[in-house]
Design a protein around this ligand. Structure first.
Ligand code: FAD
Length: 469
């Protein structure tokens, strides 16, 4: 069988690339190993985690209603874990069904098989699904490689079924009494927050000296405080996990300092120490594709690999491993194959940590500016000065712009606070369009909203911000 364009992997990178290539008038086939399109993001990542985080946030808000406003529902919440799981699965089903329809409508051929390269223009297809063509091979003019990533799990940690990766944690088999989260990155903190709000006693252990290593400290500070409260002080930074063993139906974990020493038993352990790009065992050695030392495929700004027939997008094409970056790269790859001059400048990819409070940033960060010696003005506006934040009781937030002192151009933005993930979209547009800070302050923002904090932080640059606290 021949298909002019083949997309290997049906995640947010792969299906977006396939649909856009079809919109460009190209004949497209997606090869996906799983029975449903959607990839990590839809089946075991972004979407199920946000469905569970929604429940966690409501529980948190109800608790605050009692603490701050004296409004109390009778007793503690009871949680029907089967119903929570079923609702989360329903969300996934709704969305995957929609993707199937989108593929049909565009006449995108979907083959359920595990693909691996025989050479630069041929994939062999493994599996027993009826969609696999006779001969078990497909040839192509262009292949978009979008095989994504999987959780990193050191073999030494895989001592028991009680040790889970993010996929296991999202399956929500039960609400363990005690749980250890290994890794204080965004996935560990999001899932740790869910289990803590559902009633588990959660401990977080992080090798670095702070949670969310790499993110700006002023943004992380309010979240670290909240996580510490949620975990009742059991946040062990600067601490290494030495070993794990199953003992009496629990997982015994040894901590090897320097932040904390000793051993402790947990009902479940979530290992969330990073993700590994899927570049092994897919026959890349039979092509001219170059894989770097970290396992990522080397691509140029048009998503082309060193092999003229193969482009690569999404998690396998390098950091940041985020769904919207995968989708955008998918668009570029589809347009490049269609003969357009698209390319991707990664300067304003937003990143969001969907904890409570949320953290979001886009463009240049303060940490990067310091590291690279870039001179910036940092204009911060505390949410304590925002009427809306006061009314909502979420005054620990902060909005800041990073501004080029000479041109006044906005180079980056960081926000911590409720809804930061929604608010950052304005900053992405401003950075992408090359706005100057006065473009933001001259735009009338609705009152009273948290979006005003973007305008107010801009006003700090001109010394005109009104501080009402
Ligand atoms: P994937 O989504 O990983 O899809 C790759 C697909 O390729 C898979 O379906 C796989 O089955 C298939 N495949 C692999 N090998 C083969 C083969 N040989 N043959 C056929 N098919 C193959 N990102 C965000 O932007 N926002 C979030 O809030 C967010 N939350 C997350 C929460 C969790 C718990 C996790 C784990 C991830 C989260 N991510 C989030 C990251 C996001 O899921 C990924 O960045 C995104 O899914 C990457 O898309 P992709 O298309 O590159 O690959």
């Amino acid at each position: 069988m021949h298909s002019p364009v083949v997309v290997l992997g049906g995640g947010p990178g792969g299906y977006a690339a396939a649909f856009l290539a079809a919109d460009e008038g190209l004949d497209v086939t997606i090869i996906e190993a799983e029975p449903r399109l959607g990839g990590t993001c839809l089946l075991r990542g972004c979407i199920p985690s946000k469905a569970l985080l929604h429940v966690a946030k409501v529980i948190q808000e109800v608790g605050e209603l009692k603490e701050k406003w004296g409004v109390e529902y009778a007793g503690e919440p009871t949680i029907d874990v089967d119903k929570v799981r079923a609702q989360k699965d329903q969300v996934i089903n709704n969305l995957t069904g929609g993707l199937g329809n989108l593929a049909k409508r565009r006449k995108v051929n979907v083959i359920q098989a595990r693909g691996s390269f025989v050479n630069s223009t041929t994939l062999s297809l493994e599996g027993d699904h009826e969609s696999i063509p006779e001969g078990g091979q497909i040839t192509f003019d262009h292949c978009i490689l979008a095989t994504g990533s999987v959780p990193a799990m050191p073999p030494a940690f895989k001592v028991s079924d009680r040790v889970m990766d993010s996929t296991g944690a999202l399956a929500l088999q039960d609400i363990p009494e005690t749980m250890l989260v290994v890794g204080g990155g965004y996935i560990g903190l999001e899932m740790g927050s869910v289990y803590a709000q559902l009633g588990s006693k959660v401990t977080v252990v992080e090798l670095a000296k702070d949670l969310l290593p790499g993110a700006d400290r002023d943004l992380v500070k309010p979240l670290a405080k909240r996580i510490d409260k949620l975990c009742e002080g059991r946040v062990l930074t600067n601490t290494k996990v030495g070993s794990m063993a199953e003992v009496d139906g629990k997982v015994e974990v040894t901590f090897e300092g320097p932040g904390h020493f000793g051993h402790e038993r947990f009902d479940r352990v979530l290992v969330s120490i990073g993700r590994r790009p899927v570049t092994r065992d897919i026959g890349l050695e039979n092509t001219s594709v170059v894989v770097n030392q970290r396992g990522f495929v080397e691509v140029d700004s048009q998503q082309r690999t060193a092999d003229p027939h193969i482009l690569a997008i999404g998690d396998i094409a390098g950091d940041p491993m985020l769904a919207h970056k995968a989708t955008h790269e998918g668009r570029v790859a589809a347009e490049v194959i269609a003969g357009k001059t698209s390319s991707f400048d990664k300067k304003a990819i937003p990143a969001v940590v969907f904890t409570d409070p949320e953290i979001a940033w886009a463009g240049l960060t303060e940490t990067e500016a310091k590291r690279d010696g870039i001179n910036v003005s940092v204009e911060s506006y505390p949410w304590a000065a925002s009427g809306r934040a006061q009314a909502l009781g979420i005054t620990e937030g902060l909005t800041k712009w990073l501004v080029d002192p000479e041109s006044g151009r906005v180079l980056g933005c960081g926000i911590v606070g409720s809804g930061a993930g929604e608010l950052i979209a304005e900053a992405v547009l401003a950075i992408e369009m090359g706005c100057e800070v006065h473009d933001v302050t001259d735009s009338v923002h609705p009152h009273p909203t948290l979006s005003e904090t973007l305008m107010n932080a801009g006003e700090v640059h001109f010394g005109t911000a009104t501080e009402i606290y």
